[in-house]
Design a binder for this molecule. Sequence first.
Ligand SMILES: [Mg+2]
Ligand SMILES: [Zn+2]
Length: 272
Amino acid sequence: MASIVVVFDFDKTIIECDSDNWVVDELGFNDLFNQLFPTMPLNYLMDRMMMELHSNGKTIEDIVQVLKMIPIHPRTIHAIKAANALGCDLRIVSDANTFFIETILKHFGIRECFSEINTNPGYVDEEGRLRILPFYDLNKPPHTCNLCPPNMCKGLIIKRIQDSISSEKNKRFIYLGDGSGDYCPSLSLKEKDFVMPRKNFPVWDLICKDPSLVKAKIYEWSDGEEQERVLHQLINKISMEESAQFISTEFNMHTPSFSAHETLPKALHVLL
Ligand SMILES: [Mg+2]
Ligand SMILES: [Zn+2]
């Protein structure tokens, strides 16, 4: 289904936990993280935490080892592989970072399923320390979205993807997410699109406050099994709608008399 773009959040949507918290907890830096959390934006804090790990002798290999142990639901892996095999265009929009996401996806053998990963840049510097930078250059004029943190507005990323594919006919989006940062992109979706908020998570709460603000059709999910089932059903639904549309277009083109028949019920009604 080349006409379907499936956009995934990463933390608590593809993986079962939050990758930032997972790395910090597993390497034993939870207390420092909690102490610094109120003092700076999360994106800066993660860069700072990577500095703390490095200066306390934790290596990139230590970080990679804990990333490889991250919990991910087997049905989520299956759902991603199946959607990719069906020809859907899979992308990630996440407030984690490229280093965490790439390492995890490669480990589970699903990196190649995604055409694009939009997230904060993460790279290993010459000292062997992981650096995490903001997705947006904070020295440039800020984005004006008041729903999103300064380093990233996921709604703007969705709009950029929408613009980049607007020339292609009838692309339809399915967006999956759990966090408050997934609310803004949900508002950017169109009537023909679908949003899959994780039930009882922040984005679901925000959507439920006033579902009429969301133009896309809303399909909730709770766990990996339900996520796979709902995603599969939506892909099927879209492909059935499209083949129906295709058949009726073909039919109209080749049988001009078809449109004349459409007036028949009306004519009968007049006779009665
Ligand atoms: Mg998330
Ligand atoms: Zn936003």
